[in-house]
Ligand binder design. Structure first.
Ligand code: CDP
Length: 216
């Protein structure tokens, strides 16, 4: 069983970039759990299934195979033999993903795939419920936050049309595994920090918890 580092936070808080850099520093595999929810949302959109029609979404889930692997230290996801690629960040996926991520059966399937990574490697995984559910037993938990204004600005600068406020509301208020800063997580507010500064805070936190870094 490998080591898991959990990094959670709201949309555009910078957690993806931070998790990727921390994984590089440690030689761990980086996994974006959101990509798995996005991959299923991409299939829901592609099959023209109404994301609010729970039964139709669950029927499609039954007919969906996920292959979650790893390439050069980064998690990959293939859906029924197809790599969604850029489709993962399309406008229609942005506006559907939180609805399908709220269904407990969808979460159950994807949480199992997420947990499987730790069976054979050390992993830095980012998402919404990694510290609270997926790897609730890990001592290494971080919550990366940023003000709503800063997060909206970051997305605009990336040229992405995203319904951040909407997703925040849905992700925080849903019954199944809502977004929370779990007790014991080290909270980092990235509003006024650059990427390297946040990475440094996370690596310091890990060191403080006794996780020796790289070749040390
Ligand atoms: O765009 P951002 O990086 O903030 O989001 P993401 O990590 O790609 O996740 C997209 C959506 O998937 C979130 O808005 C959640 O609805 C859902 N998600 C989740 O429910 N649980 C996770 N562990 C990760 C993502």
């Amino acid at each position: 069983m490998g080591i898991a580092i959990a990094i959670d936070g709201p949309a555009a808080s910078g957690k993806s970039s931070v998790a990727r850099r921390v994984a590089e520093e440690l030689g761990f595999v980086f996994v974006n759990s959101g990509a798995m929810y996005r991959a299923f949302a991409w299939r829901v959109v592609g099959k023209e299934v109404d994301a609010n029609n729970e039964q139709a979404v669950l029927d499609l889930l039954q007919a969906t195979q996920f292959e979650c692997g790893e390439e050069e230290g980064v998690g990959t996801v293939v859906v029924n033999g197809v790599d969604p690629g850029e489709g993962l960040t399309s406008d229609s996926v942005n506006s559907t993903v939180s609805a399908i991520a709220a269904y407990p059966e969808v979460r159950e399937r994807l949480v199992a795939a997420q947990r499987a990574y730790r069976e054979h490697c050390n992993v830095v995984m980012e998402g919404r419920d990694i510290g609270s559910v997926v790897f609730a037993d890990t001592p290494y938990k971080f919550y990366i936050d940023a003000s709503p204004e800063v997060r909206e600005r970051r997305r605009r600068e990336q040229g992405i049309v995203d319904s951040i406020a909407d997703r925040d509301r849905q992700d925080s208020s849903r019954k199944a595994s809502p977004l929370v800063a779990v007790e014991g997580a080290i909270v980092v507010d990235s509003s006024d920090l650059n990427l390297e500064e946040v990475v440094r805070e996370v690596l310091c936190g890990l060191k403080g918890q006794g996780l020796s870094l790289g070749a040390e």
